[in-house]
Design a protein around this ligand. Structure first.
Ligand SMILES: Cc1cc2nc3c(=O)[nH]c(=O)nc-3n(C[C@H](O)[C@H](O)[C@H](O)COP(=O)(O)OP(=O)(O)OC[C@H]3O[C@@H](n4cnc5c(N)ncnc54)[C@H](O)[C@@H]3O)c2cc1C
Length: 434
C-alpha cells in the first residue's frame, strides 16, 4: 500500500479544528487544513461534493475536473422521452452549480495514478492531490452491442433515452409514432450494472399507457426481457411488477441480454441460456451496457476480480465509500463498486458520508458516518401514477414518508415526486443543501 491511512491522518491532523459538524452544517467552524482535494466529475455527485467541501474547509484547495461544460439532470430524460418536457429541461451549465473559490478544470481526465497521487488530463494538465474523490459516473458502452451506434437513434424504431436530451426527444417522437400506428415493442436492460435500473421498466409502462390512451392498445404488442431471472433486484418489487405487467398484458421473459441489433431488418439479438435469440421490433429503447470511464477502468482503482473488475467499478468499502487499497481515495455516485446505489437519490446520502470521512481524516478523528445502500426509484407506471420505491443494501424497503406514501402503490403523489419535486431536491443537493 503506497500511503497508509495512518500516514494520511498524521499528515493532515495538525491545526485542524475539532468541532466540525458532519452532514454539511455550515454554521460550524470550517476545518483548517492545507489539503489539496481533487474531485473528478462535476455531475450530480461532483457538484454536491464541491459545495459541501467548500462550506466545510478553511484553507486548502478544491479542484474539480470535468470535460463537459453542461450539467445534465438525467432523471429528467425520462420525462423528455415521454413528451412531457423539452430537451433543454435537463440542461444547465456546470459553472451554475460550483461555489466560488473552487478551481474548475474543463478537460477530460485521461489517467489516474493513485501511487504518485497524480491526475493527468487530455490536454496536458497534471494535478496532484492529497485527497481524491472520484465521481465520474458511467460510460455508456453502445459499441458493445454489435451494429448499434448513437447515429441510429430516432430511426428504424431504435430509441435510447440514456444517450442525452436530443436523443430522448428523438425517442419520444418514435414512441409517439409507434403508439399511433401499432406494432411490436421490445424492451430490455443490459447485463452490466446500470444507473437507474427502474428506467427500462418505466418506459415499458409509459409505452403501454400511451397506446391505451390513444385507443391503439389492441394493435400494440409489448415484451419486456429481463437480463437475469428478476424484473427488479428487490424480490417484493419484482413480484409487484410481475403482477402489474400481467394485468396490463405486457409479456415477460428472462435471462435475455441484447448483443446485436440489425437496423435494416429491425431485429435485436439476445444472448440467452439456450443460445442466441432474435426478436423483431417496431420500437425499442436500447439501454447500453454501462462501464466505468476509461481512466478508472484502466487504473488500479477498480475491483481486481469478477464482473466489477471487467466493468471497472471502483473497489471501495460499501459503508464508507473509501478505497480499500488507497485510503485517501473515495468514490461517490455511479462509479462506486457497491451493490446498490446507482441513482441520484443515493448520491444525496453518499456525499455527506464521504465528506465527513475526509474531514475526520483531516481532523484526526474517526467518522461514524456510513452509507446504507439507500437507492430510490420513482417507478412511473402511467402518466400521473408512480410507485416510490426506496430500499437499502439488505433489500429492506426504506420509505421516506411512512404512512403517507406506500411504496408499492401506484400513487399520484409519487408521480408528483418524480415530475415536480425531484428536480428541486436534486438542485438543492447540487448546492450541498439537501
Ligand atoms: C434516463 C435516466 C433516468 C434516471 N432517473 C433517475 C431517477 O428517477 N432518480 C434518481 O435518483 N436517479 C435517476 N437517474 C440516475 C442519476 O442520474 C445518476 O445516478 C446520477 O447522475 C449519478 O451521479 P454521478 O455524479 O455519479 O454521475 P453523473 O451525474 O453522470 O456525472 C458524471 C460526470 O463525470 C464526468 N466525466 C466522465 N468521464 C470523465 C473524464 N474522463 N474526465 C472528466 N470528467 C468525466 C461527466 O462529464 C459527468 O459530468 C437516471 C439516469 C438516467 C440516465
Amino acid at each position: 500500500m503506497p500511503f497508509s491511512r495512518r500516514d494520511f491522518l498524521k499528515t493532515f491532523t495538525a491545526g485542524a479544528a475539532l468541532n466540525y459538524a458532519p452532514l454539511g452544517l455550515a454554521s460550524k467552524s470550517p476545518v483548517q487544513t492545507n489539503a489539496k482535494v481533487v474531485i473528478l466529475g462535476a455531475g450530480a455527485a461532483g457538484a454536491a461534493l464541491a459545495n459541501r467541501f467548500s462550506d466545510a474547509m478553511g484553507g486548502g484547495s478544491i479542484t474539480v475536473i470535468d470535460g463537459r461544460k453542461e450539467h445534465l439532470y438525467q432523471p429528467g430524460l425520462t420525462l423528455v422521452a415521454a413528451g412531457l418536457k423539452p430537451g433543454n429541461y435537463v440542461v444547465s451549465q456546470t459553472t451554475d452549480w460550483l461555489p466560488q473559490g473552487v478551481n474548475l478544470i474543463t478537460d477530460w481526465v485521461s489517467e489516474v495514478d493513485p501511487v504518485s497521487q497524480t491526475i493527468f488530463t487530455q490536454s496536458g494538465h497534471k494535478v496532484s492531490y492529497d485527497v481524491l474523490v472520484v465521481a465520474m459516473g458511467c460510460r455508456l458502452a453502445y459499441e458493445k452491442i454489435e451494429g448499434m451506434s448513437k447515429d441510429l437513434i430516432g430511426q428504424h424504431g431504435i430509441g435510447s433515452v440514456y444517450a442525452g436530451p436530443e436523443y430522448a426527444e428523438k425517442t419520444w417522437r418514435l414512441l409517439d409514432a409507434f403508439t399511433d400506428k401499432g406494432g411490436r415493442a421490445v424492451f430490455s436492460r443490459p447485463g452490466t450494472e446500470m444507473k437507474c435500473a427502474g428506467q427500462p421498466l418505466k418506459y415499458t409502462f409509459l409505452t403501454e399507457d400511451y397506446a391505451a390512451r390513444k385507443g391503439t392498445r389492441d394493435r400494440v404488442e409489448i415484451e419486456y426481457l429481463g437480463h437475469d431471472s428478476n424484473l427488479f433486484g428487490v424480490p417484493i418489487v419484482h413480484e409487484k411488477l410481475r403482477m402489474l405487467f400481467e394485468a396490463r398484458d405486457i409479456a415477460t421473459d428472462f435471462n435475455h441480454v441484447m448483443t446485436a441489433i440489425d437496423p435494416g431488418r429491425q431485429v435485436a439479438t439476445f444472448q440467452t441460456p439456450t443460445g442466441l435469440v432474435e426478436k423483431e421490433f417496431d420500437f425499442t429503447n436500447v439501454i447500453p451496457p454501462m462501464v466505468a470511464p476509461d481512466p478508472i477502468l484502466n487504473s488500479d482503482l477498480k475491483w481486481q476480480t469478477g464482473a466489477w473488475a471487467e466493468q471497472g467499478w471502483m473497489e471501495v468499502d460499501k459503508s464508507s465509500l473509501r478505497h480499500v487499497r488507497y485510503p485517501n481515495v473515495f468514490a461517490v455516485g455511479d462509479i462506486a463498486g457497491v451493490p446498490k446505489g446507482k441513482t441520484a437519490a443515493s448520491v444525496k446520502w453518499q456525499v455527506p458520508v464521504v465528506v465527513d470521512h475526509v474531514l475526520a481524516d483531516l481532523e484526526g478523528r474517526e467518522s461514524d458516518q456510513s452509507f446504507n445502500g439507500y437507492t430510490s426509484c420513482p417507478l412511473i407506471t402511467k402518466i400521473g401514477r408512480a410507485m416510490l420505491i426506496e430500499f437499502d443494501y439488505n433489500n429492506n424497503l426504506t420509505p421516506s414518508f411512512p404512512g403517507v406514501i406506500a411504496p408499492l402503490e401506484e400513487l399520484w403523489i409519487s408521480w408528483l415526486m418524480k415530475e415536480v419535486a425531484l428536480k428541486a431536491t436534486y438542485n438543492a443537493m447540487l448546492r450541498g443543501r439537501a
